[in-house]
Structures are given as C-alpha cells and as structure tokens.
Design a protein around this ligand. Structure first.
Ligand SMILES: [Ca+2]
Length: 442
C-alpha cells in the first residue's frame, strides 16, 4: 500500500441519488451537470448501494464525525438541529467526544473543515473544539449564498470562531478556500504531513440561488426555505457550480503533485429535496424510503484504487469515516467504540463484500428501517413493509403479507438493535420547514 494519503472528504447538502451524471442524471439545458465528479467516478470507485446515516442533515453529521450511530448523542436526536436552538449546549457535539478529525490529528494529520458544521455553536461546541485545526464556513443548517445570513437573521460565516465578512457566492468562497488549503499544505513540512480536509458544501440546499442570483438574497431573507422560488434548471446550476469548484480542487492537487496519493470521497448528507432527481427511488429528505437515504458515494485515489470500479457494498456515512480513520493510521478511543465498519477491503478489491446490516430510526412519522442483504424492513407511521431492494429498489411491491416470517425476524432484529441506543426523549425536535399546505407533495 502507498503511504498514508491526504484525505479530502466532500459532502454535498441535500443532493439526491440521481442528480449527478455518473448516477444516471439527465443533462441540463446548459450541458453536463457534474463533469468533474463524473470524472472522479470514472477514475475511481462508484458505490451504487451506499447510504447516509440519516435522511436529514445534522444527524448524519453527528455520525460522520463520531463514527457512531447518531442516536447515542442527544443532539443527534434532533431532526435536524433548528436555528431556534442556537446556543443550546445540550444539542451540539460535545467537545470531549472523540471525532474523526481529532483522532486523525492525534495520528499526525493537519485537519480543516471548510463549509458547513451544523453541530452547535461556541463556546459549548464548534469545529475547532472537535478536532479541526482550521475552520472556514457556516455553523447553521443553511444560509443565504450571498448575504451569508442564517434563517434566524444572524450573520453566519466564520473564520475560526470569529465572524468573517466576505463578498461572494458561498459555493465559490468554499471552493477557493479549499484550493488555497491544498496549495499551502503541499509545502508544509516539506509536504510530509498529510492533511484531512472536510469540504462540506451547502450546495445544492435552499435557497435556490445560482452564482447570478445575488438579487434574490433580499427576497428570501425572511424565509430561506424559499417556498415560492426555484426550478430544476436553477437547481442543476447550483450543483454545477459545486462541481466546478471540485474541479478547481482536483486541479490544485494535480498541480502540486498530490493527486496520486490523495483519497477524495464524495457524498451527500441525505437524499434529495424538492427539485432533486432520486430516480428510481421513492421519497426524499426526511424519509426512510430509499430516496431519503441512498446517496452517491464516489472514492478516488489513484495510488490505491483502480479506475472504473463499481461496488454494490452496503455502507453508511459512519463506515466511510471509519475507513478514513483506518487509512490515516488513527485508532478509535477505547471508551467510545465505533459503530462504523472500515471499507478498506472494498477499496482494494471492488468485488469484496462485507456482511453489513444497516439500521435507521426517525422520530418523524415513527419510521424504522433495516437493510439486510437484499431485504429491507420498513415502518412508516403504523404501517410495516417488507421489500426486496435488489429486485425492487423503488419499494412498490410490499412483500410483508407474503413473507410474514421474514418480516417478523427483521422486526425482531430491529427491536434488538434499538435496545442498544438511547430512546427518543419527549422534547426531541422535528423541523420540517414546510408542509402539504405549501406544496401538494414533499
Ligand atoms: Ca442536508
């Protein structure tokens, strides 16, 4: 194996399963939506059955930071952390919890988060208190791309823990910072100290603003959910702007001679939102149907991963964090054993398969899910379903009545797993932002 790689962990926000060309997405009016991410997939390994830990933002981020099921922390039970709870120390990521960046830092990595945090505010919490040496980005769940103001009206762009004022489209600001980071770290310590860069875009999350839409900032400032705006073409441009930035970062890695031994991982924090393409999956953000949780996973690392691979390995966000920790030579803290499973064997050999049951729970609509082999047990409200996902990823053929024993066995498995994580407290929040009165279907 090559020496320890640099790691660039790119997370998009609310990007759906089929929004990218390399996952079957359609061309936009302006051309290809995601040529740079598509090139990473062609030059690396693409996962077709990878998942997010949650169908909503901050719970997935708890999992990818801690490598554990998000349900183990009180903040991870918010769906998601709402801007109204700003400053509530109970709902953020406690600094004493070991994280992927804190453990990689102990193993000798330089660490940075450029982009979205959404795991609580200083002084109780914050990226610099949870293992990142550097931070540039937003701490809220979403901001306007131009004013950098969050849903509660506060300025929310930071350099470290200081409010930072910058002019420009947020996606581009993040991309340029990432390029600068890559260039600076090529020279640091003669290039011997590897880096871990989390590049967590807010794109293509609402408000629906492309690089040319600065005039919309004033219009959406009272409701960033932007319920009277957006369209598919705008949405695709937002993805395209992110894709361009990823191209700049890849160019910077190549230019500085670091691309060969850099692991780039690309994914989304949850399934797609209202303008997203989740085909052939059903549902989206907040749902435990496949459209809410199945997301793109692309891994690119020329020194170790063969080009053009595809894997059907089941995995979720925390498995990728466990993989990055292992590749970086870090070790889990003995008091906080991780739930994530390293996928190193699959990166080396895309034909390798690990038995990997995956569990989810949502307070919203009392949802439960278990993916085990070809099968999925799903409960939504009071209704239970059983699907053969390999045959029916669209979850239309409910086999619950035809296979009652399998249904009962998977229900028991799910209940046994649920007994290992804390229950949902009465005061856990569910924030939808909009409902059927705003649009006929979510
Ligand atoms: Ca999200």
């Amino acid at each position: 194996m090559p020496s320890r790689p640099n790691i660039v962990f790119i997370v998009a926000d609310d990007l759906g399963y089929a929004d990218l060309g390399c996952y079957g997405g359609r061309e936009a009016g302006f051309g290809l939506v995601s040529p740079n991410i598509d090139a990473l997939a062609a030059g690396g390994l693409r996962f077709t059955e990878g998942y997010a830990n949650s169908p909503v933002c901050s719970p997935t981020r708890f999992a990818l930071m801690t490598m554990r099921y998000q349900y183990r922390l009180r903040g991870g039970l918010e769906e998601p952390i709402s801007s109204k709870s700003k400053g509530n120390p109970k709902l953020g990521l406690p600094p004493e919890i070991p994280t992927l960046p804190s453990l990689l830092r102990e193993a000798g990595y330089a660490t940075a988060l450029i982009g979205k945090w959404h795991l609580g505010y200083p002084p109780a919490c914050g990226p610099l208190r949870s293992g990142y040496d550097d931070f540039f980005g937003i701490m809220a769940g979403g901001v306007d791309y131009f004013s950098h103001v969050s849903g509660n009206g506060d300025h929310d762009l930071y350099l470290g823990e200081e409010a930072h004022h910058d002019v420009g489209y947020l996606t581009d600001l993040l991309s340029r910072r990432a390029v600068d980071y890559v260039e600076r770290h090529a020279q640091a310590d003669g290039g011997d100290k590897p880096f871990f860069l989390s590049l967590h875009y807010t794109a293509p999350h609402w408000p629906w603003e492309t690089r040319d839409d600065a005039h919309l900032a004033e219009q959406v400032k009272d409701n960033l959910f932007h319920l009277d705006g957006g369209d598919v073409e705008t949405y695709r441009r937002m993805i395209h702007h992110m894709d361009e930035g990823i191209g700049w970062v890849v160019d910077a890695l190549r230019r500085t001679g670091q691309l060969e031994n850099t692991l780039i991982v690309f994914t989304s924090d949850n399934g797609g939102e209202r303008f997203s393409d989740n085909w052939p999956l059903v549902g989206g953000k907040m749902d435990l149907t496949e459209g809410g949780i199945r997301v793109p996973w692309v891994a690119h690392w020329p020194a170790a991963i063969a080009a053009g691979g595809e894997s059907q390995q089941h995995c979720m966000s925390m498995d990728w964090s466990a993989t990055m920790l292992a590749l970086g030579g870090g070790r889990p803290h003995p008091d906080y054993p991780i739930d994530g499973v390293s996928l190193e064997a699959v990166l080396r050999d895309p034909q390798a398969r690990l038995e990997r049951p995956l569990y989810w729970r949502m307070n919203h609509r009392s949802q439960r899910a278990l993916r085990q082999g070809d099968w999925k047990y799903l409960k939504v409200d009071a209704h239970e379903y059983l699907f053969n996902i390999s045959a029916d990823a669209r979850e239309r053929a409910n086999l619950a009545a035809r296979e009652p024993e399998r249904l009962a066995r998977m229900r028991e498995d799910w209940l046994a797993w649920e007994a290992t994580v804390p229950a949902i407290p009465e005061d856990a929040g569910v924030s939808l932002g909009y409902s059927y009165k705003d649009m006929p279907q979510r």
